[in-house]
Ligand binder design. Sequence first.
Ligand SMILES: Cc1ncc(COP(=O)(O)O)c(C=O)c1O
Length: 460
Amino acid sequence: MNDAVEANVLPNEDALKAAGSEHLFIHASSYRALANDTSKRILVEGDGAIVKDIEGKEYIDGLAGLWLVNAGHGRQEIADAYARQAGTLAYASSTQATTIPAIELATRLAELTPGDQATAFFCSGGSEAVESAIKIARQYHYFNGEPKRSKIIGRRGSYHGATYGAMSVSGTRPASEPYHSPFMHGVLHASPPYCYRCDFRHSFPGCDLLCADQIEQIINYENPKTVAAVIAEPISASGGIVVPPDGYWARLREICDRHGILLITDEVINGFGRTGRMFASEHWDLVGDIMTIAKGLASGYAPIGAVMCRPHVVEAFEGDNKLSHLLTYGGHAAACAAALKNLEIFEREGLVANSQSMGARLRAGLEGLSDHPCVGEVRGLGLLVGLEMVKDKDSKEKFAEDGPELKTLGEGLAERGLLTRIGGVLPLSPPLCITAEQVDRTVAIIDDSLTEMEAAHGIG
Ligand SMILES: Cc1ncc(COP(=O)(O)O)c(C=O)c1O
């Protein structure tokens, strides 16, 4: 708890909102959003899966902040671990030195991550991890005598971050196109394995994984010797919690291997227990050549991310082959100490197993809502679950993202005490320590809010 909360002397709410509205440029929002957008709140404290706003109203944190407070809110021991290290040595520059927590965290990650991903490059978040992975992949090929291998293949719908390279490989980039194009050169996008809305109007298994084979068609058309990497989330969160069908990952892994292309698995959201396994790759025995991680690594207690590399990747950087990439905050000692404590809690409290069991309960509860006329599909793994909403189940017509129906739904959920993000898919990704009672309450809130929305807009 911060001092103001502890002493119960919160600044005047109206004055805070006025100051915040004037001086705080909130991400992905318009100016003065705090004053003008009723969905913006000032949160003051949290405990487990619950957060409280400045008016004292409590909410279930349905998205764990932004898919990251995996260990839950109010973990004093993570704060203490951070403070201890910050008071001893907060920072050392990677140009001269490293620190004990950085070495310990890299070693722990080598134990936890899939296969032989044994070497960590630290950074301060997911976009930086993706940016770093792209640069490592390109330099890997350069040092291996293939400097023309620079192209990156992403998938439509995926999100890999907001910095230029990460934005460019993201399949959500059409939304940024009016403002930020031209994007990074040499990026191509393939179809996602989104069976509910298959680009090819096929269904699994009759499709024989055409969406994976399309990636090979792109590779062949471009000339395989010009392609550096394929980047993909094992389960795409931004794409709508898209769980690929059986065999997809084995096929894509095999295609990349056959063409000497690196596979970058982006586990920024999927990692750290989110899908009921420590890493989503484990569901398919998948080992990316490079894996990006962030978010749940320190559960939001410190900004930290990393790129995990397999031996054949880092071995390209031996001798004079230096990595041409440096980030000031990479390996921040106090952030590493927070991440280590976070991972200790995961183990002690069995948070990955709780994600699996509470995730199954959440999915079962949401599947029980399928009689609602607007529930199209429920999907996900562990505590990464999505409920896709449609205007009509046969046509699968979508609701407009900024339309009145989703506005009513968003207001209804918040009013009843559930925070999440509203789009065509209602995503749920709460802290992994969520209880059965909180899961059931989440389902009940969604049930009531859907009923309200359907009645208000004459759906069904
Ligand atoms: C899969 C994935 N990769 C990368 C990022 C970028 O992470 P950050 O926002 O920490 O830069 C995100 C953010 O949501 C993400 O979902």
